[in-house]
Ligand binder design. Sequence first.
Ligand code: ADP
Ligand code: MG
Length: 626
Amino acid sequence: MALLQIAEPGQSSLPHQHRLAVGIDLGTTNSLVATVRSGEAVTLPDHEGRHLLPSVVRYVSEDEVVVGAAAREYASSDAYNTIVSVKRLMGRGIKDVAAFGEVLPYEFEEDQGGMPFIKTIAGAKSPVEVSADILKVLVQRAEESLKGDLVGAVITVPAYFDDAQRQATKDAATLANINVLRLLSEPTAAAVAYGLDQKDEGVILVYDLGGGTFDVSVLRLTKGVFEVLATGGDSALGGDDFDRALAEWLAAQTGAATAMTAALSRQLMEQAREAKEQLTAEDNACINLQIDGKEVSVDVSKTQFDELISVLVDKTVRACKRVIRDAGLSLDDVQDIVMVGGSTRVPLVRERVAALFGRPLHVDIDPDRVVAIGAAIQADVLAGNKPDSEMLLLDVIPLSLGLETMGGLVEKVIHRNTSIPVARAQEFTTFQDGQTAMAVHILQGERELVEDCRSLARFVLQGIPPMVAGAAKIRVTFQVDADGLLNVEAKELSTGIESSIQVKPSYGLSDGQIADMLKASYSSAEEDKEKRFLREQKVDADRLISALEQAIVIDGQALLTADERKELESEIDLLKEVKAGSEAREIELGVERLAKVSDEFASRRMDLNIQRALQGHSIQEIEEIT
Ligand code: ADP
Ligand code: MG
């Protein structure tokens, strides 16, 4: 935990100590790493000066892996071992992957969890491992260039990524030995790169057209809080489709369509891509092809290219209108339009989008790098390099949310930094025989004890049918919606009775308070652990004592001799005495001792209960049950 280090007393106040943190754009086609250096966010190049790392991983042998441009060259000749667009597989099951419809060039191996493992020469690789291999290269690049170890990274994910996809991304980071300061949504990162979070409020549309995907998001900013109002787009539309449109036209022009081979098709796609990128800056491009050993050259004009891609661009414009409608807004409500992704360099794309809104677009920051740059700015703040910064993007939960459990302890249900919206459920049970109500106390904070956290709300679940302790199953569900609103529901599962309450946690605390609570939780972690251990021992002792006392009342007469009973009772008193003190280890030993002493009594009770249960049943019935 990097924030832990930030808060370490005596360290955080040193102004000159710059903590190395990076922003990572883990893209479908390309990935990048950026950092804030001398107050400016910059992407970091490799040794050859290339900033973009193609998100392609090739497993060459058991222990050789190549990432980036060198791997991409083998995408078609060594397709089985060369993984492209792995981001599409993140957090997906093998069934989801089969439902993609398109034929992926890999062989999958199904593990027990249903995760799609890709068979390669280096063994079966999960999408998480493949992504980790990309991340490792970026981190190494950063550490070499910054000359030091990273405190952590902010990694961006699409706004629509669900919990499983986000978790998979985090797991990849863990595998790559990266401390994730936060996952940030890509559109939010782009808005941050343009400094839009410094405004008081506004509606922002982020138009992201990459290599193979198109994402459009509408964000609302209110007092430094970004909220994703709606997302849309097309997961199978991008610059690659522009290449394909141009390649098909080329094939028709040159007569190559009739003599098409895999190699020729690949050549056409590559040439088309080059020509497309050239046409961004120039009015004409010349394409040279080798067809049947003959050199063929074709000229293509910008006008011709625009005509070819016009339908595709219109599709993206329609998606923008749709997502604005989904957000319950009209075109005029959008104040800022941020252009992201390499394909937004295409002039026709810019023209059409600008025409839709009738206003200028944000295009000054390199559209390939804008997401990584925003992530780097956020990482810099989270690493503690800008102590005065007010920026705190609440598209994640800033402090853990939990419940009070026995002994005044806090059980965390949703951990801090979890992206919202989110829902998590946990099952609890009754502590006492015949308990018919359960108090639900909702808390916020990182500390272990109730009194050190912030109380958010309380309510009581009533009407639990009387049962023995531990038999009732009460499911408590915490749900935080995109507004940061927390809804807590408690439900007794056998009867279905339920009760709920709505609380509003994230806006209740100022950023300063949040920072203080985090600091306190870190500086007192050791002490908290001890206190927690002591309380746990006390709870254990209480549980055993109360269970035994009840058992003695019910079955003592029948199952214990007077001496045995006396011995047991004096042992109970002994534990009560130890429990009143504050020696956790002593209490633990006392519990063990009493458990041993009462062992015989417990087994007699068990026998008696079995006998009772069997009364009135025939042997045959019992055989049927077992
Ligand atoms: P992703 O977000 O999917 O990882 P990128 O944002 O890196 O993808 O965009 C890659 C796409 O941008 C490719 O289709 C590439 O051809 C296109 N692209 C890059 N530079 C240009 C350019 N100058 N003109 C037109 N398209 C470009
Ligand atoms: Mg991208």
